[in-house]
Design a binder for this molecule. Structure first.
Ligand code: NZQ
Ligand code: ZN
Length: 394
């Protein structure tokens, strides 16, 4: 087990109706004026924004609203939020939405406390301890941003999508009501489940030997997500299944499932380029195409680890040929994502044989900027590896 530091400062308030407690909990923590940040439509249409506003009002917490966060959130709206926070003297940022809204809120919370343009943090990766405290009302279990230390922001002008990690931007409060996820379209439910499952895969496959306490936690989450996924898709209003998926999404990415390991994160790096190339691509859908392709590309590095995963998560019986078992595990992963309704090829995402050259020409230089010459840990990938993986996923 490698040495590690782990911090999880988030207070979770979980269950039916918890959004009604937002005002009181924020007032308890001394919030006076919050930036209420939200997405395109869903939270307004469902009346959630009105309910949250009423709760803030009842608790005497002032609020400034900024909506319109798009999936794959963009830096321009972040800059607008930063200016608004500075002008209004905001002391908390409250995100109501999914990973995109939360990530935008995290970037704003950083930017509101620094002098330089907030994009600088994404390029320099410099540490920043001055961050406004963040609260979250989660509406889609997926990215795990409700407790994670990361934010991922797109910069359309530069054609980039880049992450920034900072322990100080982990949310302080997360309100999680599974009923708020009943309205999710099946595609978003499935993409979210795929993303959380991939957060476990990124942690399970690296260059470190077994860490049983971490690995068994990870495997048990994989089995849980796999078992609950068909239940939420079959009945979107199954509270118990939605609750299990929602809590799992947090556990998959707050960090415990990878402590003591290096972790890999190559596939996330590859996917972020895809959704920067075409901002209409949903993160989870991109991962569904790329993760099995990555597994096939790297399997020879440590086939026993992939075969072990196949046995533990999918119940695959060993055949005596460990490489064949590793490849079966990759294919089983693809079938799992397909069973949720996710695409399995980039062609289905609009990047077929005719488009892949153009996509690669654009993605490889920004991938190199984001990840360096070599990246990943299960197998150190070069830009040539990256290109092969993209092409094999077409
Ligand atoms: O904008 P609205 O109208 O709200 O619609 C959203 C959006 O279109 C909709 N939605 C959300 N809750 C809903 C709902 N529709 C109906 N009912 C509800 N209850 O769902 C769509 C997707 O929302 P989004 O926030 O984009 O989804 P997700 O949580 O998957 O976030 C994706 C973003 O997170 C980043 C991804 O790269 C992507 O940009 N990630 C962030 C991470 C982190 N901060 O730690 C880690 C992840 O690996 C990931 O990279
Ligand atoms: Zn992800």
């Amino acid at each position: 087990m490698l040495d590690f530091e782990f911090m999880s400062p988030t207070q979770f308030v979980f269950g039916r109706g918890v959004e009604e407690k937002v005002g009181d909990k924020l007032a308890e923590r001394g919030a006076k004026k919050v930036l209420l940040h939200f997405g395109g439509q869903s939270a307004v249409r469902s009346g959630l924004i009105d309910r949250v506003c009423a709760s803030l009002d009842a608790a005497g917490v002032e609020c400034v609203k900024l909506g319109g966060v798009r999936p794959n959130p963009e830096i321009e709206l972040v800059r607008e939020g930063v200016a608004l926070c500075k002008k209004e003297g905001v002391d908390w940022v409250l995100a109501v939405g999914g990973g995109s809204v939360i990530d935008s809120a995290k970037a704003i919370a950083n930017g509101a406390c620094i002098e330089e343009d907030v994009w600088e943090l994404f390029t320099t990766k410099r540490p920043n301890a001055n961050v406004l405290p963040i609260a979250v009302v989660l509406t889609i279990p997926a990215a795990g941003s409700e407790a994670s230390k990361n934010t991922v922001i797109s910069n359309d002008a530069l054609g980039m999508k880049t992450g920034y990690g900072n322990e100080h931007q982990r949310p302080k409060l997360a309100f999680m009501n599974p009923e708020l996820t009943f309205t999710l379209p099946p595609y978003q439910t499935a993409a979210g489940i795929t993303d959380m499952f991939c957060h476990l895969l990124e942690r399970f496959f690296d260059d470190v030997d077994a860490v049983p306490v971490t690995d068994n936690l990870n495997l048990s989450l994989m089995r849980t997500v796999r078992a609950e996924a068909p239940r939420v898709l079959a009945d979107p209003e199954d509270y118990e299944a939605r609750a299990n998926i929602m809590w799992a999404g947090m556990l998959c990415h707050q960090g415990l499932a990878g402590v003591g390991r290096h972790e890999d994160w190559a596939t996330h790096g590859l996917e972020h380029e895809l959704s920067a190339f075409d901002t209409s691509i949903t993160h989870g859908a991109g991962l569904a195409c790329l993760f099995p392709a990555w597994m096939e590309h790297v399997h020879a590095e440590n086939p026993a680890r992939l075969a072990y995963y196949g046995r533990e998560v999918f119940g695959l019986a060993p055949t005596g040929d460990v490489c064949a078992d590793a490849l079966s595990a990759a294919d089983e992963t693809r079938q799992f994502f397909a069973s949720l309704g996710m695409p399995t090829t980039l062609t289905e995402l609009g990047i077929g044989e005719d488009e892949i050259d153009k996509a690669i020409e654009k993605m490889i230089p920004t991938l190199k900027k984001n990840k360096g010459e070599v990246f990943g840990s299960f197998k150190k990938l070069t830009m040539e590896d990256a290109e092969e993986i993209y092409r094999s996923a077409v």
